[in-house]
Design a protein around this ligand. Structure first.
Ligand code: ATP
Ligand code: MG
Length: 654
């Protein structure tokens, strides 16, 4: 048997804070009627077919909406479309032609913003699609994209989609070595990169990294965007400047007719639990889920300015920093640089200056801002905001409330979206015009999708109980269709509970009879203390609710008598000093909020927790530290020095 139900000691749903949408939110929202959930559940396939017709313009309608050939499934079989046509051509035919598609904010505060209308973006994408063709890129070829947050990244992605090439974006803060691994795996033909970019005021020479990533791979041509004008090495016959190729490119490229199940892109997961997986997303289903989740989750209207802060290197950047908002015809904001450059209020100054209305970020960023102090957002008028979102990790109650109040002025709901690289789009969250919004509870399954929480034997859990989160078929249209060149890994998702269930590897608790779900951390991180199973999120939530604490990660350490005991790694607010008294206080705090069973065996104060480059806490590393085991693959780690510091400060051995 794999696992037992997780023990839940804390928090009676009756006592939780529950928020509902204001009349204003409700009135404006695309969705404000509960019945959507029931209607969708009656026949999810028919529901998605209706959404696919309404949201996407198809060159040819599909013959069959959903086909399940376990463990594979297809959506909109034989349907033909082009996602770049849907994101651009469709809007250019309407008044949206002159609407801002992208407002780009460069990092240097004295450099001017760049606004690309839908027509501008359309023209650039057409031209770059022709450039790619001229470099020999054909339908099905892979194109690597190693670009920072500049509009050329969306242009390159959409240009690939226009000609049916498969893009594989690699986060620009990854090293040349990581780029190379991914390019080899994808067997890419062309790489699009940049001379350099700004990060916290410094110039980063990305071309030098790109060169390391290209060497010895199948990449034949490299296109280099000139962002900085710095001196870079250009290899004769291989490297070309973007602006030179674009100068002579024709401004129309007929969109390729793409099959619904043709691959749109490959993208690697964050690598929180181990080696990243090359997730494969196909065109039709992904387009439909991207469109409707962007529209409904963030309630995007024409006058909104939507800012998703995620880097394009992550799936959140793909779906909500490119495809989703553009399919809907929204205005997106894109910011090049660091949140604290030149000062800790940069994000809030952008929100104020550009009148951002919908803002989507990660718990890790929120906790960072909490640590920097509320004086920074306070300097700015944030009244334009109406909806806030988060993604990436369970959000603790303190951070949720801080976000809602200090950023959202108490009027903005926090849409806590649970999803994964594998799922392509959001799946579990509350909807702005329907609610409820409950801190630490993500919400319900998106209409037309179904999640269950199962125990070890596959029995559904009752309200209040915790177990293992699965998605039940028909699987959402945007879900992965394979793991690139690794079908065995793909099959694992459908092997834990059999082919009817996609296994998420996340723990969850059934919150109420309405179907609200609380995420409780990764299944690997569940602890067994004296026979009781405890979730990391639960204990972390209790510790972070103490006023001195900003962030916390709990892992299990082996114990002779109890089997396992929790060890808590804690980051304190900047004005607070660590002390023995504080340790006692925190332990008492856990006793009161959860109970003595959950009491940490040890509390370690640290200035920084090890995180992935997407900002997620890497408990796997902490777990190895407390066990004195080798820490394994750290290529996806953002701050490797935090591990060394922890070793020094805490005395964990290598
Ligand atoms: P890998 O699969 O390589 O270990 P990863 O799981 O971190 O990396 P992503 O696909 O970026 O890769 O992250 C998805 C995971 O992030 C989810 O499975 C879940 O653990 C966590 N997550 C995302 N959003 C939420 C949320 N709103 N609440 C709780 N957890 C979340
Ligand atoms: Mg994962």
């Amino acid at each position: 048997m794999l696992f037992k139900p997780i023990m839940w000691i804390k928090k009676d749903p009756e006592k939780a804070q529950v928020f509902w949408p204001s009349d204003e939110l409700k009135e404006k929202a695309w969705l404000n009627d509960e019945t959507i959930y029931k209607e969708a559940a009656k026949d999810p396939v028919a529901f998605w077919a209706k959404l696919a017709r309404e949201g996407i313009e198809w060159f040819k309608e599909w013959d069959e909406t959903y086909r399940w050939e376990p463990p594979y499934y297809k959506w909109f079989v034989n349907g033909k479309l082009n996602i770049s046509y849907n994101a651009l051509d469709r809007h250019v035919k309407t008044w949206r032609r002159n609407k801002a598609a992208i407002i780009w904010v460069p990092e240097p505060p004295d450099e001017k913003e760049r606004v690309l209308t839908y027509f501008d973006l359309y023209r650039e994408v057409n031209k770059f699609a022709n450039v790619l063709r001229s470099l020999g890129v054909k339908k099905g070829d892979r194109v690597g994209i190693y670009l920072p947050m500049i509009p050329e990244v969306q242009i390159a992605m959409l240009a690939c989609a226009r000609i049916g090439a498969i893009h594989s974006v690699v986060f620009s803060a990854f090293s040349g070595k990581s780029l190379k691994e991914r390019m080899m795996d994808a067997e890419a033909k062309v790489l699009v990169t940049v001379d350099g970019y700004y990060r916290r005021g410094k110039q980063v020479n990305l071309k030098a990294e790109a060169d390391k990533g290209v060497e010895g791979t199948s990449i034949q041509k490299v296109v280099v965007v000139q962002r900085m004008g710095i001196d870079v090495n250009m290899v004769e016959g291989r490297d070309n400047w973007w602006h030179e190729l674009m100068k002579n490119a024709d401004d129309y490229c007929k969109p390729e007719v793409i099959d619904s199940e043709d691959i749109l892109y490959l993208l690697y997961t964050s690598g929180t639990t181990g080696k990243p997986k090359g997730v494969e997303h196909h065109t039709g289903g992904y387009a439909v889920q991207a469109y409707w989740t962007a529209k409904w989750d963030f309630d995007l209207h024409d006058e909104d300015v939507f800012w998703c802060t995620a880097d394009i290197g992550w799936v959140t950047g793909h779906t909500y920093g490119c495809y989703g908002p553009l399919l809907v015809g929204a205005t997106m904001l894109e910011y090049e640089g660091a949140p604290n450059y030149p000062q800790e209020d940069r994000w809030w100054s952008i929100v104020e200056n550009c009148g951002v209305t919908v803002f989507y970020t990660a718990p890790t960023a929120i906790r960072m801002f909490m640590q920097w102090g509320e004086e920074w957002p306070k300097k700015h008028n944030l009244n334009s905001l109406r909806i806030l979102g988060t993604v990436g990790e369970p959000i603790n109650e303190e951070a949720w409330l801080w976000y809602s109040h200090k950023i959202g002025g108490g009027r903005c709901p926090v849409i806590d979206t649970w999803w994964q690289t594998e799922t392509g789009g959001t799946l579990i969250n509350s909807l702005p015009g329907i609610g409820p919004f409950i801190p630490t509870v993500a919400g319900r399954s998106f209409p037309g999708t179904q999640h269950e929480i199962l125990d070890e034997s596959g029995n559904p859990m009752s309200v209040g109980e915790g177990g293992y989160l699965v998605q039940k078929g028909p699987f959402a249209p945007g879900m992965l269709r394979n793991v690139w060149r690794n079908p065995a890994r793909y099959k694992e998702y459908f092997s834990v509970y059999g082919e009817k269930y996609y296994y998420t590897s996340d723990g969850a608790r059934k919150w109420d009879a309405l179907g609200n779900i609380r995420l409780t951390g990764r299944v690997d991180d569940v602890m067994k203390v004296a026979g009781h199973r405890l979730s990391t999120a639960e204990l972390e939530n209790a510790i972070t609710s103490h006023e001195a604490v900003v962030e916390c990660a709990v892992v299990a350490a082996p114990h002779d008598i109890k089997g396992e005991v929790p060890v808590a790694f804690v980051t304190l607010k900047k004005e607070i000093e660590s002390s023995d008294k504080l340790i006692k206080d925190l332990i008492k705090h856990v006793d009161v909020t959860i109970g003595p069973t959950a009491r940490p065996d040890k509390i370690v104060f640290t200035s920084e927790l090890p995180k992935t480059r997407s900002g997620k806490i890497m408990r796997r590393i902490l777990k190895s530290l407390v066990r004195n085991q080798p820490i394994g693959d750290t290529t996806t780690l953002m701050n490797p020095e935090s591990v060394r510091r922890l070793r020094e400060e805490v005395g964990y051995e290598e």
